[in-house]
Design a protein around this ligand. Structure first.
Ligand SMILES: [Cu+2]
Length: 240
């Protein structure tokens, strides 16, 4: 486990990853966009009442959980992130506890700074590929389409919009965040989904009216202006 600043929605330290997976997902009913905001606030969540590894109230007996017999959020899916050259640069895990999905990302080998981080609607990560909605546009990982849920909301209200990665000076980043904005079944649907790390920071559609009196334009509302696609991973179901 690396040392350094860990940004989580839960405010726990690095040694508490298992606790995060077990407990943090139970304390909030906030929407995905609110979860993104909470991730930067350092707020400490309300104590979980449903799943703290069975140690707080009934020693020796499993804590009840909708997801697993031992009270932990269940790992249900994962993605291996690769850059356009095909080199693996990280992993993303998806764990589910009820309606809450906990997403845990670990990456390395990226330029330092904030990077837009989303789930895109198609499970295809092809370098130098065409945008399915506009084949005249070709670029790395455009095969993954737009953000999950882009047809029913503007950024950052898409189902697939997530808190950004903050890459450290050594090129690595870790992130644990939660969302209830999508159901994992929708991520693992027939055409799949992909996790995307962008080249630049996400503005979350926050364009002050002094810059844009008419509000954010269509590109901002679709993408958050986080630039090119630096790494992509097809979300795959974890079985057994
Ligand atoms: Cu994206």
């Amino acid at each position: 486990m690396n040392v350094g600043i860990r940004m989580t929605t839960c405010g726990f330290g690095a040694a508490a990853l298992i606790m995060i997976l077990a407990g943090c997902a139970s304390g909030t009913g906030s929407a995905g966009s609110e979860a993104a905001a909470a991730a930067t606030s350092g707020e400490t969540p309300e104590p979980s009442v449903t799943s703290v590894m069975g140690v707080s109230d009934s020693p020796g007996s499993p804590t009840s959980s909708a997801s697993s017999a031992d009270g932990r959020a269940s790992l249900v899916a994962k993605a291996d992130l690769r850059d356009p050259s095909g080199a693996e640069i990280g992993t993303v895990d998806f764990a589910v506890d009820g309606t809450i999905v906990t997403i845990t990302a670990e990456v390395e080998g990226l330029p330092a700074g904030f990077k837009g981080f989303h789930i895109h609607a198609i499970g295809k990560c092809e370098p130098n590929s065409a945008n399915p909605a506009d084949p005249s546009k070709v670029g790395d990982f455009l095969s993954a389409g737009g953000h999950l849920g882009a047809g029913s909301a503007a950024h950052p209200g898409h189902e697939g919009d997530l808190t950004s990665l903050q890459v450290r000076e050594d090129g690595s980043a870790e992130l644990v965040t939660t969302t209830d904005a999508f159901d994992i079944a929708g991520v693992l649907d027939a055409d799949g989904s992909a996790v995307m790390v962008h080249a630049g920071p996400d503005n979350f559609g926050n364009i002050p009216s002094r810059y844009a009196p008419g509000g954010p334009d269509a590109d901002t509302q679709a993408t958050g202006d986080s630039g090119g696609r630096a790494a992509c991973g097809v979300v795959e179901e974890v079985t057994g």
